[in-house]
Design a protein around this ligand. Structure first.
Ligand SMILES: Cc1ncc(COP(=O)(O)O)c(C=O)c1O
Length: 415
């Protein structure tokens, strides 16, 4: 569930927004670029690029180590990102935000620090059919080492989680449930608040993979009611190698360190080392300070545009794309959930997804083809690969039109 939305007010001025993204002005194969791969990684506004550049030009130093001016500026830049993320996600406390390199590290932190010491034979971890490998493989590794089992809650053909089945699967052996907030293949938005309510009734912690949600829908951790929330900065228009894990304070307090090294200790003695409190306990070593300066700028940028305004624009563009895709002969859309974002996976009869993506690239159109790090989901649909077009607020109806025209052209080339 999302924070109650305000009236979006003045619509998004997309032409103006596009000017903020230098890369969108480039040509690819002598054609104006159409970037429809934002679910993979999003483009960065100038404000983010400048923030990273400014950090290295003006403030570069390490965090939490030096008392000199630059050290203080670097620490402030890094800690600012924690404040901004806490506010952006409506987290109860900034100390519940662990800065990570992305969702993958965030989920692995929970796997190794929280799940590994707790699970044993007879226990289970519940996931869903639509998870990204980052929300499957860490749990499988934990299961291998503990003797626990992975259970899978099913989806239907439309790509919606079958909520009753998920609830039924919350049996006493389940020690953790882990679900995507938004599917990176189907675009489906899962009813996380409902899932969290049922998990909570049974005292089962719920981890939410928010990688694809944070860039599109307002995320309100207090309203969602989950226990862990993992997100990634580079899909949120920030630099690569940035992200966060949010977890309830009481849970974090009970988690041992995962990585050991500098910054995460209280005192080191050869006989015994004591550890810092969360979140520093989980942030060993020198972090991606410049990246987090960029992530702060990304969050500021998104908030300045207005999340309600972005959402309103993206809904309109999503519906426009859905209507446009419906006109393409032989197109099979994979995933038709009612609640969804502008991520579209599809197949075209008689054409392989990789061939289509290669030919579209020659038209200046960047889409992704393949399994999208979701093998089990593609197995469910019995397809080896799909073409995925994923939109962001900097895309336009004109780009959708050009994309549909190009699709017809490249398809004719493939016979
Ligand atoms: C749903 C989902 N989960 C997890 C990830 C992994 O994110 P990262 O590679 O930034 O750690 C992705 C990235 O594609 C994703 O889409």
């Amino acid at each position: 569930m999302s924070r109650r939305l305000r009236d979006p007010g003045v619509p998004l001025d997309v032409a103006r927004v596009r000017e903020d993204f230098p890369l969108l002005a480039r040509q690819v194969h002598d054609k104006p670029l159409i970037y429809f791969d934002s679910a993979n990684t999003a483009q960065k506004p100038r404000a983010v690029i400048d923030a990273v550049d400014r950090f290295y030009r003006d403030s570069n130093a390490n965090v939490a180590r030096a008392v000199h001016q630059l050290g203080e500026e670097a620490t402030a830049a890094y800690e600012d990102a924690r404040d901004r993320l806490a506010k952006f996600l409506n987290a109860p406390s900034r100390d519940e935000i662990v800065l990570t390199s992305g969702t993958t590290q965030a989920i692995n932190l929970v796997a190794y620090s929280w799940a590994l010491p707790r699970l044993g034979p007879g226990d289970s971890i519940l996931v869903t059919t639509m998870e990204h490998h980052a929300n499957i493989v860490p749990w499988q590794l934990v299961c291998e080492r503990t003797g626990a089992q992975l259970k899978v809650a099913p989806i239907d053909e439309a790509g919606e989680l079958i909520v009753e089945k998920f609830i039924e699967a919350l049996t006493p052996d389940v020690k953790l449930a882990a679900v995507a907030h938004v599917s990176n293949v189907l675009g489906t938005i899962n009813p996380v608040a409902t899932l969290a309510r049922h998990a909570r009734k049974r005292s089962i912690p719920l981890l939410v993979d928010g990688s694809q949600a944070a860039p599109h829908i307002p995320v309100d951790l207090r309203a969602l009611g989950c226990d862990f929330y993992a997100m990634t900065g580079h899909k949120l228009f920030g630099p690569t190698g940035t992200g966060a894990l949010w977890a309830r304070g009481a849970i974090l307090a009970d988690m041992p360190p995962f990585f050991g090294g500098g910054e995460m200790i209280r005192e080191v003695r050869f006989e015994k080392t004591t550890f810092a409190d969360p979140p520093q306990r989980f942030e060993a070593g020198t972090p991606n300070i410049a990246g987090f300066a960029g992530l702060t700028a990304a969050i500021d940028y998104v908030e300045a545009l207005g999340r309600e305004r972005i959402l309103a624009y993206e809904h309109e563009l999503r519906d426009y794309m859905l209507d446009a895709l419906a006109t393409v002969r032989g197109l099979r859309l994979i995933g038709e959930a009612k609640e969804r974002v502008g991520v579209f996976s599809f197949l075209i009869h008689g054409a392989h997804a990789h061939d289509l993506a290669t030919l579209l690239d020659h038209e200046g159109i960047a889409v992704r083809s393949g399994h999208h790090c979701a093998h089990p989901l593609l197995q469910f649909y019995r397809v080896p690969a799909t073409l995925r077009a994923s939109l962001a607020f900097y895309n336009t109806r004109e780009e959708v039109d050009r994309f549909i025209d190009a699709l017809a052209r490249v398809r004719r080339l493939l016979g």
